[in-house]
Design a protein around this ligand. Structure first.
Ligand code: THU
Length: 129
C-alpha cells in the first residue's frame, strides 16, 4: 500500500482545525493511513488541568479503534498553519503500539520508519507472558 503523503498532510491540517487548544494556542492535527486503506485523524484536546491534555496522535489512536481497528501504515502530523510537527516521545510510543516498527512517519529528514524515530522501542514482546 503506497501512502498518498499529500492527502495525509492535508487531512492532518484539516484535523488541526478541530483542535481544542485554548492554553497553548497550538493546533495540532494527525492523520494516518490504516492497513485496510482508510484514513483516520486526530486533534489535540487540552484541559484546564494542563497535564491532562491529549495530543493529536492520542485522539487519533482512539479514532483508529472506534472506526474499525487495524494498524497505522503511515502518519503525518501538522500544525493548523501547515508546519510539520514531530510526535512527542509519548506519542511515538503510541504510534509504535498501533503501527509497529515499519510504520512510516513524515519527518523533517523525509519519510522514516518508526525504527528511526523510536529506536529499540519498548513493546509487548518485553512483557512477561
Ligand atoms: N501536541 C500534540 O498534539 N502532539 C505532539 O506530538 C506534541 C504536542 C500538542 C499538545 C498540546 O496541546 C500542544 O501540542 C502544545 O504542546
Amino acid at each position: 500500500m503506497s501512502p498518498d503523503w499529500d492527502a495525509l498532510r492535508a487531512a492532518a491540517i484539516e484535523a488541526a482545525a478541530s483542535a481544542y487548544c485554548p492554553y497553548s494556542g497550538l493546533q495540532v492535527g494527525a492523520a494516518a493511513l490504516v492497513s485496510d486503506g482508510r484514513m483516520v485523524t486526530g486533534c489535540n484536546v487540552e484541559n484546564a488541568s494542563y497535564g491532562l491534555g491529549l495530543c493529536a496522535e492520542c485522539t487519533m489512536a482512539g479514532q483508529l479503534r472506534l472506526t474499525g481497528g487495524g494498524r497505522f501504515v503511515a502518519v503525518s502530523c501538522r500544525s493548523g498553519t501547515g508546519d510539520l510537527l514531530m510526535p512527542c516521545g509519548r506519542c511515538r510510543q503510541i504510534l509504535h503500539e498501533f503501527g509497529g516498527p515499519d510504520c512510516l512517519l513524515d519527518t523533517p529528514q523525509g519519510i522514516l520508519p518508526m525504527t528511526k524515530v523510536l529506536p529499540d522501542a519498548f513493546g509487548p514482546e518485553h512483557l512477561p507472558t
